[in-house]
Design a binder for this molecule. Sequence first.
Ligand code: PLP
Length: 385
Amino acid sequence: MSMPTPGFNTRAIHAGQGFEPRTGAVVPPVHFSSTYAQDGIGGLRDGYEYGRGTNPTRDSLQEQLAALENGTHAFSFSSGLAAEDSLIRALTGPGDHIVLGNDAYGGTYRLINRVLGPWGIGNTPVDLSDAGAVTAALAAYPVKLVWVETPSNPMMRITDIAALADAAHAVGALLVVDNTFASPYLQQPLDLGADVVVHSTTKYIGGHSDVVGGAVIVKDAELAEKIGFVQFAVGAVSGPMDAFLTTRGLKTLGVRMDRHCTNAQAVAQWLLARPEVEAVHYPGLESHPGHELAKKQMSGFGGMVSVQLAGGEAAARSIAESTRVFTLAESLGGIESLMNYPSEMTHASVKGTELAVPVNLLRLSVGIEDVADLLADLEQAFSQL
Ligand SMILES: *Cc1c(COP(=O)(O)O)cnc(C)c1O
């Protein structure tokens, strides 16, 4: 009897995770070896030669990632930015241009603008939800890559991936989607026409705030060749223990995301009802301008909520510093709730640029604790205003 294509959670648990053949260990050992014995010169066992090139623990993570993004090849790196750097170096060269969202992750903009800019790669940040601005930017430069985050960080803007892929392809550019916020459980950009998916696996994929990592996933052998070469030649690979922790986290992505989504929806609605609040940015709210689009291209609205306080910077700072369950910390996507003041924390690197974020903005990474405790925590923090 032929089996149906396995569902997301089955793939998350089994793709690349076969038991170890000698002992039957259900969880394969973590392979720390930096090199591999050869059966005579050049007699490699299963292609394994040296740890920068290939490692079984990293391979099993890469297989799992490719299966979950519906890609053919995945590449695991030591951080999200290492993944982005290798990706950009694999696909662009001096004279090429990158069009990216004007609310891109600050570190991505810093990498593209301040590290790769001096090497001759140009960039133009635009509002990617504005089709006219996108068309103008694509016409003005020799654009090689269009780079989008949806939902975006921290304003939670939603961009139509399929439409943007068409616009990019019309000028011979590739569409890169940073899928960190949605995770492959809620959104599969390759199926919508994107050419490349990148992740900071530090966030939802690892899911437990205990490992830094990044990934690139593609569905095209020629792109895979180029990216695989840079992964090997530059060597920003994830180490075995990091790969193992990421794989372990990824197995439970589906159940975690379901809870992140319901908790975030409740937090967003609670915030929306508060008089101290000027605006709530969460795609699960009907008032969100990207709500309908998010419903179409995502299967849930995610765990990230941003809120602007009517009391300005002082109110935002006060709440950021008075929650007890929400921990004041950078990063996102872990099981524990985090509170972030983007202007001075995650987005400090874009302060004073056109990517700067409002000073009355807080970004909440809503975790999977009991939602009543999260709301009670917000209640006590708001009552101190
Ligand atoms: C964190 C993050 C990155 C960078 O990843 P690191 O793992 O910190 O290097 C890139 N994009 C987004 C959307 C992120 O949140």
